[in-house]
Structure formats: C-alpha cells, structure tokens
Design a binder for this molecule. Sequence first.
Ligand SMILES: [Ca+2]
Length: 188
Amino acid sequence: MTLLKITRRTIGLCLVPVLLLGCGKEEFPAVDLFTWKAKVDVTDKANLSVNVESIGGATGNEGSKKVVDNDFSAASKFLINPYQADFYMQLSFPAPQQVASYTLTSGNDAPGRDPKDWKFSGSMDGTTWVDLDVRTGETFSGRNLTRTFSFKNIILYNHYRISISAVGSGTLFQLSEWRLIEVPVEQQ
Ligand SMILES: [Ca+2]
C-alpha cells in the first residue's frame, strides 16, 4: 500500500509540470525511426582505378588493391614510387551513392609519404567533377592512423575521386586504407 501511494504521488508530481508547461523544449530534431538510415561503408561496392600504379602492379605486394581491402594494418598499404602531383584514386559504383564522409589511414612508416593536400570530388559520368571536400596542409600524427573527413553532400554520384596534389615530403606516396561512407541527409 505504501509503495502504491508513493508511486501515485510521484506520478502526480511529474504530471503537474508537464500539464502546465508541456513536455519541455525539444532540443534535437525529431527522428523518424521508420525512415532513419545508418551511415554505411560502401567501399566494397565500388571498383577502384588509379592513374599511377605501384611498381609491382595492382595486385602486387604494395599494389592499389591494398588501399581498399579493409585491412588497416601495416601489412596492407598502397605505395607508388615515384609520386606524381596529378595522382588520383577513383571509386566507381554500379549504382549512385550519397557519400558524405571518407577515411584515410596512414602507412606504417615514413610520414613524408602521407597525403598532405588533396581534393575529394564526385561525378555522374566520370568526366565532369564537382569538388566536395578540399584539404591542405594535413598531417597524420601516427602510423596506421585512421582519420575521418566529413562534409555535406545531398547528391548521389556514380564516381568519387581523391586527387592528391602533395605529400608530406619526398617522392613517394603511401596509404594503408581509403574508405567511403554513405551518409543520409539527416545525419550530415
Ligand atoms: Ca589496406
């Protein structure tokens, strides 16, 4: 009986301010749980192409396939020698994707080989490109370190490209992993 009284009283005390003031201010936009979509790593749906390949070829020990194999370890990196300032990597999808985030994972050694300046672009046809994210003077504070870069993008593109116009120093480029993330509008 005592417990029942306490419960009733507690409920009553809680209801009074709610009835007088409403349910309180809503600090976050309402989320429709039936339409809410999670961020999704879509990299595996795409085909990778690069304009500069590793000396050993795409499937070689340090070939381009290593940059999208979902292996972030020291044993799996893409390396080109020499690096070229017009170097790019491209992921092309069979169906358009709303990418609004990507990750870059540094290689296992030599920070000078890390990407420093780049632009991330989207394209419908692989010919005309729209810059979605431009970075300059970036650094990676550790080896095999994953950094995430996000931006707003409401367009679904068939192709995404990262054009790396400068590395930290020296004449080589390396990267352990590059992943693309589909981000619904309500999460951007
Ligand atoms: Ca890898």
